[in-house]
Write a protein that binds this ligand. Sequence first.
Ligand SMILES: O=C(O)c1cc(=O)[nH]c(=O)n1[C@@H]1O[C@H](COP(=O)(O)O)[C@@H](O)[C@H]1O
Length: 233
Amino acid sequence: MPTDSPLIIALDYASLDAALCMADRLDPARCRLKVGKELFTRSGPEVLDALHGRGFEVFLDLKFHDIPNTVAGAIQAAAEQGVWMVNVHASGGRRMMEAARERLDRQRLATRLIAVTVLTSMEAADLAEVGIEASPADQVERLAVLARDSGMDGVVCSAQEASRLRELCGSDFLKVTPGIRPSFAVAGDQRRLMAPADALAAGSSHLVVGRPVTQAEEPMAALAAIESELSGG
Ligand SMILES: O=C(O)c1cc(=O)[nH]c(=O)n1[C@@H]1O[C@H](COP(=O)(O)O)[C@@H](O)[C@H]1O
């Protein structure tokens, strides 16, 4: 049974063993899991089989960004592993996103395909340094509309932009929001942050949480505390 929890726990670990150790303490009825660049680069697709075998739906977060043909092939390869969600960078542009969409449709692969807008670790000064004078909020809007028009199922953005994107792109357009910091957690390298309950109220469809759970002394207690914040406890 797929979970209806909005929580996606980021398994940012340097080994398959460490990741599976954490997965074994989590419950597929209470969260999905995200496999990112570090873990996938070390473990390869084996981690996906192991997590699927434990009943988890997996977001494979490799943030593809390349020429259209290359990204379409990578997205097909990811989807054929049976993952629930994959992502690309919206800044790869319309033709890249359309190629990825077209490939999934042609192969009848139901994996959700979303696009990263502006990383939650970035603020205005970081954008200015790479030549983008727009504010993070304006740049997210621009890329989200482009992503929607290019056939994406949703975007990765910060929860700070979720309510505006709900107006622009509707409630069905997924808003997957990292940079979630429950009351007990520190910001770390994240810059555009929000608390879990505020993020859901703002229109986030899914909340990506990593270190506040995985680095907690008691990860299960941290997960339960987030669930309690979500239910207004
Ligand atoms: O695509 C992502 O998942 C992502 C996009 C983004 O803009 N910001 C962001 O933090 N992430 C990921 O979300 C997770 C956040 O982890 P914590 O900061 O530890 O909660 C990490 O795995 C990041 O790679």
